[in-house]
Each structure stands twice: as C-alpha cells, then as structure tokens.
Design a protein around this ligand. Sequence first.
Ligand code: PMM
Length: 312
Amino acid sequence: MGKRDAERSPDELSRRSASLFSVPAAPAVWRLRTRVLPLDRPVVIGILNVTPDSFSDGGRFADPEAALAQAHRLVAEGADVLDVGAESTRPGAVPVDAAEERARLLPVLRRLAAELPAVPLSVDTTKGDVAAAALDAGAEIVNDVSGFRHDPSLAQICADAGCGVIVMHSRGAARDLATFVHASYGDDPAAEVRDELRRQVGAVEGAGVAPERVAVDPGVGFAKRAAHSLAVLAALPALAAWGYPVLVGVSRKRFIGEVTGVKDPAERVHGTTGANVAALALGARLFRVHDVLAARQALDVARAVFAAGERR
Ligand code: PMM
C-alpha cells in the first residue's frame, strides 16, 4: 500500500497534484481541412453569431459589417479560431432554412477567409448543404450541435472535405436542443452523455471522418439542467481519456447564472472564466467563448501554472 499523505514530502505532494492537471491522452494537435492546430496551449474559439436572436448577443452582429468588425476584435483579443453561426439554438428561436442560413453565413465567411487568412474558421451548422457551401467559402471546421444526428448527409460531406469536426452531445430535435425536454438522466448523467456521444462519434467515423479530425464536446446546457452541466464538466477527465481534443462551450450559459445569481448573460464573464479554468484543469483544450480577452488571459495563466508544476 502507498504512504499516507502525512508521510509524503511537500515536493512529492506538489508533484502529484501537478500531475492531476496533465491528461496523458490529450493529443498534441487537431487536424483541420488545410492545417493543423497545435493543442499545447489552450485554444480559444471566439463566437461570431450572425443571427438576429442568439440567447446572449442576439442581433448585434447580424449585419455583415458589424460581424466583421467583431471578428477582427475577437482575433485582436487572442482568438485562435472563429466559430460562425447563423442559426440560434435559443429556446423558442425561429428555425432558419438552409437558403437563409447560407445567405447570412457566406458573405461573412468569404470576407473573413480573405481578411484573416491565418485564423481557422468553424461553421456552426446542422445542415449538410450549408456546411458544404461554408467549406467551399474557406471554413476549416464543422461544428454541429446536433452531434451529426439531424442531417445524415453532413458526416459524409465532412469526410469528403477532410475538415475538422466538432461532435457535440445533445438530444432531441432542433427546437428542443437547448431546452430541458430531454433532460432526464439516471444516477450518472456524465456516463449517459458519454455513451450517447460515443455513438455519435462512431457514426461520424463510420462515414469516413478520420479520428484525428474529431473533437468532442459534452454539450453544456443542451438537454442538461445546471446539475447535469456541472456533472459533465466534473467528469471531463473520462472524456479526455478517449484521446480526442475536448471542447467546452460554457460561455455565459444558464448554469453559470444559476451558480452565481447573475441574470444578464453578458455579465456572466467571471463565472465563465471559473468554468473554463476548471475545464482546462480537467482536460479540455478548446474553449468556445464570447469574451475572448478574459478567456485568453485566464487560460494562458492557468496553463503556465500547470506547466510549471509539470516541469518540477
Ligand atoms: N453552444 C451554443 C452554440 N454552439 N457549439 C458547441 N460545439 N458547443 C456549445 O456548447 C455550443 C455550440 C449556444 O451558445 P450561443 O447561442 O451563445 O452561441
């Protein structure tokens, strides 16, 4: 049997606690359509919603010029990737048809690809033909909040394009995704989420997407009450152990409002920072956020602390 903690030297104890923060299975890179994203530093993904009705910044960047200005600001603040979405998942949001989604996304994606060529672009869509057009316009990543459940053509399109894919856990149809309609779990919500996500990843890889192009996301707030979101975050090490890069999207979400009592999503930045730093310690490497500057600084400092521990 091992020694009791009281018998360990302070050095031994701090080495052990530093190793709590290193995830052996974390891959070194994530392969995208035309490039490779290093994962040795937390990857900050800036959210660019070109929708009139996103839950926390709805409407502000629907105009392409405003969206471009916001994109430049996010990159100046330290975003490594931009995730551009044109369909809100907000409960009660009006569904957007593919033509409308393309019309909102493509002008912005084309301009971003030309003006910020060093920044990989992700498209947040559940529709195959929207993704195909976005990839043509320069996107490197497809981020599907349905976890490739809604459109059977999407995984094949991604396999053919060789793009990065984000497979997020969710349940139900588009209108229910970010609601509690399907938020019933047994004793171990995180294990249930992993089982379902495993199947979603299996389907994506079955369509021909290479494993090194896959990132996984437990889908914080999607068919999850606050307790479920906290449980899936706490269980991130088991997800990271699969060996795919792990993404979390905690930014300004309702569970943060419930923990902090902050009602206005735009004022949840400090709670978001807490969740992101905790997620980094538990194995996440990709962080989808509205407030890039806060995430960049907090995650870089947290990583520097963990790295100093690992060098000892
Ligand atoms: N959350 C939202 C939208 N897209 N994508 C991924 N991969 N993970 C998320 O958690 C996620 C997402 C909803 O938030 P928003 O309306 O503020 O964009």
